[in-house]
Design a protein around this ligand. Structure first.
Ligand code: GDP
Length: 355
């Protein structure tokens, strides 16, 4: 009983394997492939290589960036041949259920689908909504689908750029449908809109004012309003909502695409109304490719991205300047205390040069 070999209950045992050993292996394991190897793998549709290239792009290590940019540059000529679909809607609208059902319909038609997300630092990335494979169980197991969670926290600009670069890699890997999802809060819809061909707003019918809770701007930039959960006892409400949204759409100025956005209903759960959604997207693509808007929108997006990149760089250069870093907190405090006016503080900081 009192043997020295007895292990008392309640004493935590050390792990059998040194927990640090994993990290050691991690460093030694798998040197980064060469640029040509990444590109070959991606072009062959090798999902492991695609995932590793995306990880490279998402890497915060500055020494990974030149390589990431080379991979991107080599993939760019093979990009552009997909339909990029933006999907937004408030949490609970049924986005993941819809993507699972609609995505399954697309892959069943022999298309290859990549599902990405823009979700900078919200509670959803912490819960790894898209990372959570149970969220889109069937699609996750579908060999024609590739699901990649949001690059996670960071500035919206940074997350958006990485997501766009992931689009390029996925297209070079042969994915011909790309879904980019975001939740219906904040500025992320604009980021998604700036990199997609077709923007779908998923909605649910609610009690009271149907137009409440959805920002007018988001509705205005949508190419399709889709009222989900049109099933069971909710059917009638959904049809009423559809009529209300349809008339609300008439109040918006005609979009430059020449396209008339519609309000439709569907049930992601029962998989009804989804054929109409695909038809709607098809009609949009046919129309805008014929009238030139499809290309024009992509060119405008490229212009937008140029300015985004400049702004991001200017901000980084400014905030990463050690002289600015050293002074910022102090001046901020002075402004907060009312000792210094914000304009003078900003002017002082902007005038700083790194020496
Ligand atoms: P998300 O937050 O927008 O991704 O929404 P989810 O896809 O997680 O769905 C939220 C809830 O709505 C879940 O309980 C779903 O089962 C339910 N839901 C999604 N689509 C439908 C639908 O078409 N009909 C019904 N009745 N429920 C749905």
């Amino acid at each position: 009983m009192n043997s020295a070999l007895t292990v008392n209950d309640g004493i935590e045992q050390p792990p059998m394997v040194n927990p640090h050993v994993d990290g050691l292996f991690e460093k030694r394991r798998q040197p980064l492939p060469a640029v040509a190897e990444y590109v070959r793998g991606i072009r062959e549709g090798n999902i492991t290589m695609l995932s590793r290239a995306i990880t490279l792009i998402e890497s915060r290590r500055p020494d990974h960036q030149p390589m990431a940019q080379k991979v991107l540059a080599a993939c760019r000529p093979f990009s552009g041949n997909s339909i990029r679909l933006g999907i937004t809607g408030v949490p609970g609208a049924g986005k993941s259920t819809f993507i699972e059902a609609f995505g399954g319909m697309i892959t069943a038609r022999n298309h290859r689908l990549a599902v990405l997300a823009i979700d900078p630092g919200s509670e959803r990335s912490k819960g790894s909504i898209l990372g959570d494979k149970t969220r889109m169980e069937t699609l996750s197991a579908d060999p024609r689908a590739f699901i990649r969670p949001s690059p996670g926290t960071g500035s919206l600009g940074g997350v958006a750029r990485k997501t766009y670069e992931t689009v390029i890699l996925c297209e070079a890997a042969g994915f011909d449908y790309i879904f980019i999802e975001t939740i219906g809060v904040g500025q992320s819809e604009i980021a998604v809109h700036s990199m997609t061909d077709f923007f779908l707003l998923l909605m649910i019918s609610g009690a009271g004012d149907e137009l409440q809770g959805i920002k007018r701007g988001v509705m205005e930039m949508s190419d399709l309003l889709l009222i989900n959960k049109a099933d069971g006892s909710n059917m009638e409400k959904a049809i009423q909502a559809q009529a209300q949204y349809q008339s609300a759409l008439h109040l918006f100025p005609a979009p430059p695409s020449g396209w008339t956005p519609h309000a439709l209903t569907c049930s992601a759960l029962d998989k009804t109304g989804l054929e109409d959604v695909l038809q709607e997207i098809g009609n949009y693509v046919t129309l805008t490719k014929a009238n030139g808007y499809f290309e024009q929108r992509r060119r405008e997006q490229a212009r937008y991205r140029m300015y985004e990149t400049i702004n991001e760089n200017l901000q980084n250069t400014f905030y990463n300047n050690p002289t600015v870093e050293a002074k910022l907190a102090d001046l901020e405090q002075q402004v907060a205390n009312g000792e210094l006016n914000p304009y003078d503080a900003a002017a002082q900081l902007l005038a700083l040069k790194s020496d």
